[in-house]
Design a protein around this ligand. Structure first.
Ligand code: IPM
Ligand code: MN
Length: 358
């Protein structure tokens, strides 16, 4: 049995509502398998700005560094979306913690549970069997390049920048993952236009030689966005930059039926950071209707990737599967055929998964 320190950062909006379920599932796993997980909690995002003035208080970063893994919810608040002049913003907290903890590889598995074939806006026959693992670079690119605004405020720029080592380290991770899967890797860039993409492609071409058993292809981002919807099954591992990966994975969430289903793992130097790919969803925050499954599946990723607890991880995934098979749905994955009794709130859905775990 293992002993682990887990930091829970619920963040903003529905982050608070769903993360408690990820934590409850971890607690149940610890009990069932005789592990010791100790939990601490910290602030980040809008709630942290309100409480301390900073989106990532020093105390949160300190606690993060001392933990074995972090379960995060979501970040953001409508107030900032409608006022781009605000200087202190919730998202800065998330970007800073990614950078500080060296979380350069963001793994976003896109896999459709068969039970949800009808929940997607894409035709079932196109979707069935799709199984993609995205490697999104997370601490470089236009996200972290220099930002400027001219004195007259009429011109703005964000520098899109990559260093060779940044591309190389995530490429190695992606190729290694491909070797353990269907041995296909698609690197997505915009090398026909962008110099940073030409560096990206140069590095990936070079590293591909070290993985001759992996079939590598290179695709432009615009084409990839189209192929993803046209024929998602053609992809196995997709490797891409920060901004392209942000956009492509939201698009790819439709392959899994809903953003509410998708978990992600951010890894790099040492500590793993686990979060749903969905945001704080202010439009439904406070209503108790958010889907807790992405947080629960994030917990499953933590068990597997950070703690090496494969059996425990697949136990969680099976409990989610069983819950879906029983017909239970939250709003985002329900349809007009979902009977009223099976249409569940966040807490009811979380409770069903816990029941299926024991
Ligand atoms: C994500 C989010 C973040 C990002 C935002 C909240 C900064 O959209 O994790 O995908 O763009 O990386
Ligand atoms: Mn995003």
């Amino acid at each position: 049995s293992v002993e682990k320190k887990i930091l829970v950062i619920p963040g903003d909006g529905i982050g608070q509502e769903v993360t408690t379920w990820g934590q409850k599932v971890l607690t149940a796993i610890a009990r069932n398998y005789h592990h010791t997980f100790t939990f601490d909690e910290a602030l980040m995002g809008h709630v942290a700005i309100e409480a301390t003035g900073s989106p990532l208080p020093d105390e949160t970063l300190e606690k993060a560094r001392q933990s074995d893994a972090i379960l995060f919810g979501a970040i953001g608040h409508a107030k900032y979306d409608n006022d781009p002049t605000l200087k202190v913003r919730p998202e800065q907290g998330l970007l800073k913690i990614r950078k500080e903890l060296g979380l350069y590889a963001n793994l976003r598995p896109i896999k459709l549970f068969d039970e949800l074939l009808e929940a997607s806006s894409i035709k079932p026959e196109i979707l069935q069997g799709a199984d993609i693992l995205f490697f999104r670079e997370l601490t470089g690119d236009v996200y972290f390049g220099e930002k400027k605004r001219s004195e007259d405020r009429n011109t703005a720029s964000d520098l899109m920048i990559y260093h060779r080592y940044e591309v190389a380290r995530i490429a190695h991770k992606a190729f290694a993952a491909a070797q353990g899967r269907r041995k296909k890797l698609c690197s997505v860039d915009k090398a026909n236009v962008l110099e940073s993409s030409r560096l990206w492609r140069e590095v990936v071409l070079e590293i591909a030689k070290e993985y001759p058993d992996v079939e590598t292809e290179h695709m432009f981002i615009d084409n990839a966005a189209m192929q993803l919807i046209k024929d998602p099954k053609r992809f196995d591992v997709v490797l891409t930059a920060n901004l392209f990966g942000d956009i492509l994975t939201d698009e790819a969430s439709q392959i899994a039926g809903s953003m509410g289903m998708l978990a992600s793992a951010s890894v790099g130097d040492a500590i793993g950071f686990y979060e749903p790919i969905h945001g704080s969803a202010h439009d439904i925050a406070g209503k108790g209707i958010a889907n807790p499954l992405a947080s629960i599946l994030s917990a499953a990723l933590m068990l597997d990737i950070s703690f090496g607890l494969k059996e425990e991880s697949s136990r969680v995934i099976k409990a989610v599967e069983a819950t879906l098979r029983q017909g239970y749905r939250t709003m985002d994955i329900a349809n007009k055929h979902t009977p009223n009794d099976f249409f569940l709130s966040t807490d009811q859905m979380g409770t069903k998964v816990l029941e299926n775990l024991s």
